[in-house]
Design a protein around this ligand. Sequence first.
Ligand code: BTN
Length: 325
Amino acid sequence: MQSGLRSKLLEAFSKADGEFLSGQKISEYIGCSRTAVWKHIEDLRKEGYELEAVRRRGYRITKKPDKISSNEIQLGLQTKAMGRNIHFAEEVTSTQKIAQTLAAEGAQEGTIVVADKQTNGRGRMARTWYSPSGTGIWMSMIIRPNIPINNTPQLTLLTAVAIVQAIEEETTLKPDIKWPNDILVNGKKLVGILTELQAEADQVHSVIIGTGINVNQLEEHFPEELRSIATSIYIESGELCERSKLIQAILLKFEALYSLYLSKGFIPIKLLWESYAISLNKVIQARTINGVIEGKAIGIDNDGALLIETDETGIERIYSADIEI
Ligand code: BTN
């Protein structure tokens, strides 16, 4: 089925919100014959959707496939721009890499790249990111904000807030944020965020925000060396979480915060971020490329840097580090 028609068909079912849709209504909505509608419905069935068909009433979706896919993300998505252009693949090296190519080719703001599995998932500070199939969210979002390069770290903090809000909405968990971009539950890492830029002089062309979320892994799914530091939504809440629904919630939260940020600046985002931060007002150690800085984390400043008050040098501004509390 052409992807435009499929999107319209899924959009029609989404708007019907579980009610029956007659073949006539569908054919008017997507602009094709009744026979073509029947064929499209059969295609959906082949993709794993279960549809109930009742004479004189029409069709309704009773079960969506368990897999993560463009359709799944699209069905019920309430955003205006975020996720309106989806590149999904079962397996990629890294969604960041694909998003970078798409961004350089002019992909529109809000484009997302999602994969079920990454073979070379990348983390911060040249680390790898474990991204097996069937259990996690490996997603990169492309945005094109008209902001100075120095302000782009703010977007990492904004994304962390959006993800925490979405997780709180979709699960029973109450995650914490550890500066700048780790989302933790019970002290273990649930989510990582990697923000990369395409820029020239002081002009930002695109910002690519990669998020890795451990969703339905069991403890034994993680390699031995990660078990003491990583966790998943399932391990922490005891409940499986539908990945595509969580992606939809993240995109919606992100869109709302991003629009607030573009209209009102960083201050409202900063206040929200601080409300979730665990590292503030504590003595921490920041491992930077220039060495370890120890002191009290007293806040973040307006460009997203962490402010650490040390005995020796006064207030230090940190842009990139690993934090130990
Ligand atoms: C971190 O080190 O905490 C950041 C991890 C970011 C991982 C995500 S998964 C989707 C996107 N693609 C990548 O290769 N990395 C990011």
